[in-house]
Design a protein around this ligand. Structure first.
Ligand code: BES
Ligand code: MN
Ligand code: ZN
Length: 476
């Protein structure tokens, strides 16, 4: 989508649909109050009215809500509301007008993101029904000070990357295999000069002693991949690790059939990390990144890992695999240890790791766990700024106690269902060699969040958060 910020009159924008945001109680602008349709005007948050002022095509009003409650998140929401109306009237171009007071970077970014995210569709495998409104906004113009265009450029790049992550999430597991993810990584490398990569195949993964990724992948005929994407923008390297389970059946500890199809999204962390790196490269931000993506299926078979089996992780620690459905932590353990070995000084991992985080925080907040208050604070602030929220859960030696194995150093699943989200984080902490590390459990926020601008299905959670973090780190 083309996005422009122009200091022009609404008339000059010559858009198929002119959108006017109106605060609650502010009333219609004078020049519209007599127009056909004005009698239906409603000013409540998210309410829309279509007006047909003389010689001016179509005008859509959208309620922004109370002025003192308006923020970037509400901007994303109202932009999505407007995009839905634009689709209904088949508008190819949209121009947005905000009240004088609301011309700041975060709001302009929110409108851009909301429009781009809400316009995303996944139509690879079916034709849309005839009566289904199909978005076709090709051009978005914000009528505002042109100084906002720096913010809208970043917002556009991040939102487009988020849509690419959503595509990867939505693709079925027979298409989005570990090899497919590796091909996408290769594409990112070929479009961005400062990005390079390395991909390990099954044999190399096993030869290197990555016992977790070896064990989880051994039940599948689909070749696993350990993908390393490096972005060379300079400075001390930040590690980004994303869980890339392209389908999680649970393995021998098999999941119930109910909703198992959703487990194609168990690579959402991988999708977010890869597309965030692509966005950061597009923005040419001055920082150094090491992305590590362990990608595999988790399948039952005659070759599969069995409950009780003992494996040795990349850093030498041994693990009793008491539940083959707790596979994410096994592959992340190797990836985190490898990422640290490659030189990452601080690490963030994103993983659809536990069902428990969905119960605790729903789709509103990702779970954030960390061994370092300062790093946790920086990531939490990036989350807040991006609108991809994260709530910190505690770590404590008591939880660590639960992760101890009977015949090995660790076990991947305790018999008691205590604090399962924190348990998983305590397990991961064993593999970061004391480096500042943040774990984001995105099992609840990656799918079916029902936010207006992403709705049901894939949300691409994490891309905007990581871009925002990278921007922040680029300043210091
Ligand atoms: N991929 C799942 C977690 C998940 C659940 C993601 C719901 C998205 C939505 C993970 O591999 C898993 O199976 N976790 C188990 C761990 C348990 C067996 C210790 C869980 O949380 O139930
Ligand atoms: Mn699992
Ligand atoms: Zn999983």
């Amino acid at each position: 989508m083309e996005v422009a910020v122009r200091e022009i009159s609404p008339r000059e924008a010559a858009a198929d649909l002119l959108v006017i945001g109106v605060f609650k109680g502010a009333g219609l602008p004078d020049d519209l109050s007599g127009s056909p349709g004005a009698d239906d005007f409603q000013d409540a948050y998210r309410k829309t009215t279509i007006l047909h002022p003389e010689g001016h095509g179509r005008v859509l009003t959208v309620g922004l809500g109370e002025q003192d409650e308006f923020n970037a998140e509400r901007a994303r929401v109202v932009a999505a509301v407007a995009a839905a109306q634009a689709a209904r009237v088949e508008a190819g171009s949209v121009a947005w007008v905000l009240p004088e007071t609301e011309h700041d970077d975060a709001i302009a970014a929110g409108l851009t993101e909301g429009t781009i995210l809400a316009s995303w569709r996944f139509e690879r495998y079916r034709k849309p029904d005839e009566d289904e409104p199909t978005p076709q906004i090709e051009k978005l113009t914000l009528i505002a000070s042109e100084s906002l265009s720096v913010a809208t450029d970043v917002a556009r790049i991040a939102a487009e990357a988020q849509n690419r992550a959503r595509e990867l999430q939505q693709l079925p597991s027979n298409v989005a295999t570990p090899s497919f993810l590796a091909e996408r990584a290769a594409e990112i490398v070929s479009t961005h000069e400062k990005v390079s990569f390395e991909v390990l195949d099954r044999e190399q993964i096993s030869d290197k002693g990555m016992g977790g990724l070896t064990a989880v992948s051994q039940g599948s005929t689909e070749e696993p991949k350990l993908i390393v994407l490096r972005y060379a923008g300079g400075g001390s390297p930040i590690g980004l690790v994303g869980k890339g389970v392209t389908f999680d059946t649970g393995g021998i500890s098999i999941k119930p059939a109910q909703s198992m199809q959703e487990m194609k999204m168990d690579m959402s962390g991988a999708a977010a990390v890869m597309e965030a790196i692509a966005a950061i490269a597009e923005l040419d931000l001055p920082l150094e990144l090491i992305g590590v993506i362990p990608a595999t299926e988790n399948m039952p078979s005659g070759n599969a890992i069995k409950p009780g089996d003992v494996i040795t992780q990349y850093n030498g620690k041994t693990v009793e695999v008491n539940n083959t459905d707790a596979e994410g932590r096994l592959i992340l353990a190797d990836a985190l240890a490898y990422c640290v070995e490659l030189g990452a000084e601080r690490v963030v991992d994103l993983a659809t790791l536990t069902g428990a985080v969905v119960i605790a925080l729903g789709s509103t907040y990702a779970g954030l766990m960390s061994n370092d208050d300062e790093w946790a604070g920086e990531v939490a602030e990036a989350a807040e700024r991006s609108g991809e929220l994260a709530w910190r859960l505690p770590l404590h030696p008591d939880y660590k106690e639960l992760t101890k194995g009977t015949i090995a150093d660790l076990t991947n699943a305790a018999s008691k269902r205590k604090a399962m989200t924190i348990y998983a984080a305590s397990f991961l902490e064993e593999f970061v060699d004391g480096r500042p590390w943040v774990h984001l459990d995105i099992a609840g926020t990656a799918w079916d969040t029902d936010r207006q601008y992403v709705g049901k299905g894939p949300s691409g959670f994490g891309v905007r958060l990581l871009v925002s973090l990278a921007q922040d780190l680029s300043k210091t």
